[in-house]
Write a protein of this length. Structure first.
Length: 383
């Protein structure tokens, strides 16, 4: 029998083991060897029944409309098709908080769990998306910019509408006070000054959301998906969970300052291409360098460390925005390198790596790493 180590299963086994042994600790202390064997037995049982396949997927939408920018929109009929597919194929659509609570408490996530999120408080979420979601009884989250809501724009939800939805169970969460990138430091500010300002705006936005809707989840979706390691640290210091825009499933080992979500607006809205994403598994891969911002031509390769290896090395495929499939060079059993076959293009760039699972045939591990590539002279590309 081949035993494949899975970190999520191990964490769950350890949690179960601790709960069991704590009951005994009031009476007798188990002998060291007995504790060791108990943990091994629990772990083997869990891996054998494939609890390692536990996975959740978070979907990211913006507009649900045929009259808004294509790159951030999905047609109402296609959005309904997404919801119908989830219903027809045994997916559990839950509140975002249920998934996050499972991760923070290191409790098992039932397999095929999905959360639905919308970035920006667009009016069509209420007019087009909510009636469809209500028919399926699916919960969802809206990430809002309080500074924009305050301007009372015609195509944005009002505080009154957001409060009404919050009272009906919709999660209203933080998307920054304004829709400003958190990675772009103005020329007239130091990084320290910038971080102080962003911390103040983050808390200001959270306070206003709580005052207007009665909710404070301390969830943040990075505007434009742009972030830096320093912003991640700031988010953690203020006890927020942050969501990005790179693809991937989530599991118990997911880093809570860059929780992945699958963008599913056009052109990524086709069911044929979404099936593998909906069923994807969280792979524990970490880039050796967590930096996200590079000048054009400065990043020639990237190394990655693999913690979970329930896939064959020869079947790991990685694609990078604008330059296509990249050769995967294994430096050791647990480390691989991508040496880019061309300079990374200016803009928001992602490396998406996938591999079929050995223990769960037909399902794929999915990992994505974002980079933000500046023009020569370290000039930012347009938003």
């Amino acid at each position: 029998m081949e035993i494949i180590f899975q970190k999520d299963s191990y964490l769950f086994a350890l949690n179960l083991y601790n709960n069991m042994t704590s009951i005994h600790s009031r009476r007798d202390t188990l002998q060291s060897d007995m504790k060791k064997y108990l943990l091994i037995i629990i772990y083997l049982l869990l891996t054998n029944i494939h609890l390692n396949s536990e996975a959740a997927v978070i979907l990211q939408y913006h507009h649900v409309s045929t009259e808004t920018p294509v790159s951030t929109s999905i047609a109402p009929l296609q959005f309904e098709a997404h919801m119908q597919f989830l219903a027809d194929n045994g997916y559990r659509v839950v509140a975002l908080s249920e998934i996050m609570n499972s991760i923070t408490k290191q409790q098992p996530i039932p397999d095929k769990t999905v959360a639905i999120t919308f970035d920006d408080a667009y009016l069509d979420i209420l007019q087009q998306a909510k009636p469809i979601l209500d028919r399926f009884d699916y919960p969802f989250t809206i990430f809002v910019n309080p500074g924009i809501v305050e301007k009372k724009r015609a195509n944005y939800l009002s505080w009154q509408q957001l409060k009404m939805m919050a009272d009906s169970g919709v999660i209203i969460a933080n998307h920054g006070f304004y829709h400003d990138s958190l990675a772009r430091i103005p020329d007239d500010m130091t990084e320290s000054q910038w971080l102080i300002k962003q911390g103040e705006l983050l808390l200001k936005a959270e306070t206003m959301i709580e005052e207007k809707t009665g909710q404070s989840w301390r969830y943040l979706a990075y505007p434009y998906g742009e972030y830096t390691p320093a912003i991640e640290q700031l988010v953690a210091e203020h006890d927020f969970i942050a969501f990005s825009q790179q693809s991937g499933a989530v599991g118990l080992a997911t880093t809570l300052t860059r929780v992945p979500r699958f963008p599913v607006s056009q052109p990524y809205d086709k069911i044929t291409s979404l099936k593998d994403k909906f069923a994807s598994l969280p792979v524990v891969i970490e880039a050796s360098n967590n930096s996200t911002i590079y000048e054009f031509g400065a990043l020639a390769f990237a190394n990655f460390n693999v913690i979970i290896d329930d896939f064959r090395k020869s079947q790991l495929n990685c694609y990078v925005t604008g330059i296509g499939k990249q050769q995967v060079e294994w430096l050791s059993d647990k480390e691989f390198r991508l040496t880019f076959n061309a300079p990374l293009p200016v803009g928001r760039v992602r490396s998406n790596c996938t591999a079929p699972s050995i223990s769960q045939p037909g399902r794929y591990y999915w990992y994505s790493k974002p980079w933000f590539i500046l023009n020569s002279g370290k000039k930012w590309y347009p938003l």
